[in-house]
Design a protein around this ligand. Structure first.
Ligand SMILES: Nc1ncnc2c1ncn2[C@@H]1O[C@H](COP(=O)(O)OP(=O)(O)OP(=O)(O)O)[C@@H](O)[C@H]1O
Ligand SMILES: [Mg+2]
Length: 471
């Protein structure tokens, strides 16, 4: 199938998890096959020239790529240097660079972050920085791989408005990979839909693609705009599980990575078995930090954390994994093994191996296909599901999931919801830090909001009845 973009067009690239969307972006930026070996057939041209005929620096100047995992593209220690790095490579004079860096940081909501360490930013802050680095030089082609997955709702809206403006001015040609098609669909001049094996299902204008291939896309698990897609799954705020005994307690928590800069301030929070809690709030609000404290990866400066009455920081790892399961915002940070099979069975009892295989099947990572693969060489969405499987397989009493749904197609999303529903029905307490409004709507019975380290909201989800206490 051929796809051709005129200057200033926006191509929306959709497809199930693992279908090759990111691979397409990497090829367009010339990283495949130069940096990442691979076999390429067919023709890929920029300005009527084969990408292979470009000097790497020349192509890098023409194509600004934002990776799916923003952390992998941060090269410099300090935020301002990271943005300047790309401009320097493009030969910008120092004066112009010095003016441009703060301007573009402010545009992505990182004013004042100039001297911060890039590695010590929250997930969403890192995504904002990666976007700033690419927007700074105003390249002619923008390749954006799930650019809003880690942004808070206000940040996502602001970024999509910026894209709409770039498109209206035809200031750059845009290739956008998105599972959140609701907001992306109206931006697209063209849609390319890949099937599960990377073969295109359809390409054309958004309307024509929906008309001609909508049902096939839905069958492949691709998200469609809500009006066109199959009815959304409802996992159930309307039917709250009865909640059980208190299983998690955080009292008067205070924490800062640096003693002088508090990140959590006097947070009080308890949760019970059977609860489904969405942890929401602006980027950098403290959600991931709270998650790490709740499973003992960090220790509070003041206050206490108790998981089933015990201090998680003092529990041996094996008991902790069954009490509090934690899924990192960046899956790569949690992987320990070199093979998928070793990762998901690490520390399991022999009678739990069948359960691991079943769970991997349900999550679309059948061991028959995936066991020998490296966790580090999976697609972003596959890594997310593997990291979820690793925590869920131990059936922990408390499940703490940090951005569980990024990279997920409709099938992966529904599979995850079904598994979570089962586990909560069996008494697990679910706490998910998330920017995914669909997940909040489908899952949450209670919404807890953190903003700048303060717990500013703790309420039943709209539509959820107050939890029923057991008789
Ligand atoms: N390793 C670290 N060292 C120093 N500061 C950090 C570190 N990780 C996060 N921070 C800072 O702590 C604050 C809270 O970050 P945290 O990751 O908890 O936010 P978050 O709510 O999870 O954000 P996001 O929605 O972007 O994932 C932010 O100001 C962030 O910059
Ligand atoms: Mg976070």
């Amino acid at each position: 199938m051929d796809v051709e973009l005129d200057p200033g067009d926006c191509l929306l690239l959709v497809g199930p998890s693992g279908s090759g969307k990111s691979t397409f972006g990497l090829a367009l930026a010339g990283l495949i096959p130069r940096e990442i070996p691979g076999v390429v057939a067919g023709s890929l041209t920029v300005d009527d020239r084969e990408t292979a005929a470009f000097e790497p620096a020349e192509l890098a100047a023409a194509v600004g790529l934002v990776f799916q995992d923003p952390a992998v593209q941060l090269v410099m220690d300090r935020v301002e240097d990271d943005v300047a790095f790309g401009l320097e490579n493009r030969g910008w004079p120092r004066r112009r660079m010095q003016a441009r860096v703060p301007e573009v940081l402010a545009a992505v909501g990182l004013a004042g972050f100039e001297r911060r360490h890039a590695r010590e930013l929250s997930g969403g802050e890192q995504q904002r920085l990666a976007l700033a680095g690419v927007l700074a030089a105003e390249p002619g082609i923008l390749v954006l791989d799930e650019p809003t997955a880690n942004l808070d709702p206000a940040g996502a809206t602001a970024f999509l408005e910026r894209l709409a403006d770039i498109r209206a001015r035809r200031a750059a040609t845009i290739v956008l990979v998105e599972h959140r098609v609701e907001a992306a669909w109206p931006l697209a001049d063209l849609v390319l839909a890949l099937g599960p094996d990377g073969t295109p299902i359809a390409a054309g204008t958004p309307d024509a693609v929906l008309r001609e291939a909508g049902p096939r896309m839905a069958a492949a698990g691709i998200w469609l705009p809500e009006a066109a897609g199959p009815p959304a799954v409802v996992a159930g705020p309307s039917a709250p599980e009865p909640i059980g005994r208190q299983i998690l307690e955080a009292r008067d928590l205070r924490f800062g990575y640096d003693r002088l800069a508090p990140v959590l301030r006097d947070v009080d929070f308890v949760a019970a078995e059977g609860e489904r809690i969405a942890l929401v709030g602006p980027n950098g609000g403290g959600k991931s930090t709270l998650g790490r404290l709740l499973v003992g990866l960090l220790r509070p400066q003041r206050g206490i954390v108790r998981l089933d009455g015990q201090d998680p920081a003092r529990l041996p790892p094996a008991s902790l994994a069954r009490l509090g399961g934690y899924v990192f915002q960046r899956p790569e940070e949690q992987f320990l093994a070199q093979r998928v099979i070793d990762e998901v069975t690490l520390g399991l009892r022999s009678d739990e191996l069948d359960e691991a295989a079943r769970l991997m099947d349900r999550l679309g990572l059948p061991l028959g296909t995936f066991e020998e693969r490296s966790p580090y060489r999976l697609s972003g969405g596959e890594q997310r599901r593997l990291s979820l499987a690793c925590a869920l397989v131990r059936r922990p009493s408390v499940l703490i999931l940090d951005e569980p749904t990024f990279g997920q197609d409709r099938r992966g999303y529904e599979a995850l919801l079904a598994i979570l529903r089962d586990m909560v029905a069996e008494g697990a307490c679910l706490i998910a830090a998330t920017h995914d409004p669909r997940f909040v709507r489908d899952v949450a019975g209670r919404i807890v909001t953190l903003d700048d380290g303060w717990l500013v909201g703790d309420e039943p989800a709209p539509g959820a009845r107050a939890p029923e206490m057991p008789a």
